[in-house]
Design a protein around this ligand. Structure first.
Ligand SMILES: [Zn+2]
Length: 289
């Protein structure tokens, strides 16, 4: 039988799952192996700002991640498949075959993106096991925008929304990957408040809608700090992550001291890092989103 091996196997095979998807059979193999204990984790928190132009922007200044979405040609192909389906009589043989063709196309693209995100998140977690990102209500955002396979909206709206939907789903997937990948090496995901993060200065903490002269630019009206708006937001998110991590460590240490639990979690064995000190805590200025 012909098959394609997506990666090398490491360790002892403990389980194999065969599944059938619309475009073929897949086997996923679970193995166990001993991994080295991670070294003491002292890396700073990596703040991640997600967006449409850049899929992810990093507070560390690492190269922003741009997930491949559909090219113009692939988008046209997808829309052609969707249009074909919408023209056919529901329940007919031709309808079912068009539906299968669209499902195969979706499945192939979804696997390609999952693979990309899998590799990308592994590399990011290797860089820093503490990941801060905003608490986005991704599920709600995608549910409303997705529509259905059988009842696509107008072409214009679909074209504009297609890659946006793909990106929103990608953020959610990546966030879930961060959860188990950071946990595996003694790190953590810090889900921070999303409020005002785009209006807050990463240098002095001043919050104002006036800090955003344009969509792409951040210029602080208080201290004059100026940089790309996504870079600024990623740093704000990292700062909030640092604050959250420090609070969690403090709570865990208190827990351990009072003898209420042996499992203190969150790297209580790790050296305490000082929270970024160059800035004052954010002023409780009103935020007009
Ligand atoms: Zn400032």
């Amino acid at each position: 039988m012909k098959y394609r091996k997506s990666r090398d196997l490491e360790g002892r095979i403990t389980q194999a799952t065969v599944s059938r998807e619309v475009d073929g059979w897949f086997i996923s193999i679970l193995t166990t192996r001993v991994i080295e204990t991670p070294e003491l984790v002292t890396s700073p928190v990596e703040g991640i700002d997600v967006g449409v132009v850049r899929t992810m922007t990093f507070s560390s200044g690492a190269e922003p991640l741009c997930m491949p979405t559909l090219s113009a040609q692939e988008k046209a192909h997808r829309l052609r498949l969707q249009r074909r389906l919408s023209r056919r009589k529901r329940g007919s043989k031709r309808y079912e075959s068009a539906k299968r063709a669209l499902a195969r196309n979706r499945a192939r693209e979804a696997r390609r993106r999952r693979d990309f995100l899998d590799k990308a998140t592994t590399a990011i977690v290797k860089r820093s096991p503490f990941i801060a990102h905003e608490d986005l209500k991704i599920r709600n955002m995608t549910a409303s925008a997705r529509g259905s396979i059988d009842r696509p909206g107008t072409n214009a709206r679909q074209k504009a929304g297609l890659n946006r939907v793909i990106l929103e789903q990608a953020w959610g997937k990546a966030f879930r990957m961060f959860n188990y990948k950071t946990a595996a090496i003694g790190g953590a995901v810090l889900k921070v408040e999303a409020r005002c993060s785009s209006q807050e200065c990463s240098s002095c903490g001043h919050i104002s809608p006036g800090n955003r002269p344009t969509q792409a630019r951040f210029v602080c009206v208080s201290c004059g700090h100026s940089e790309n708006a996504d870079d600024n937001a990623a740093k704000v998110i990292a700062y909030r992550g640092e604050v959250l991590l420090a609070a969690k460590r403090k709570a865990a240490a208190g827990h351990a001291a009072s003898g209420r639990g042996a499992n203190v979690g969150l790297g209580a064995a790790l050296p305490r890092r000082a929270v970024v000190t160059k800035r004052q805590p954010a002023q409780p200025a009103p935020c007009k989103a």
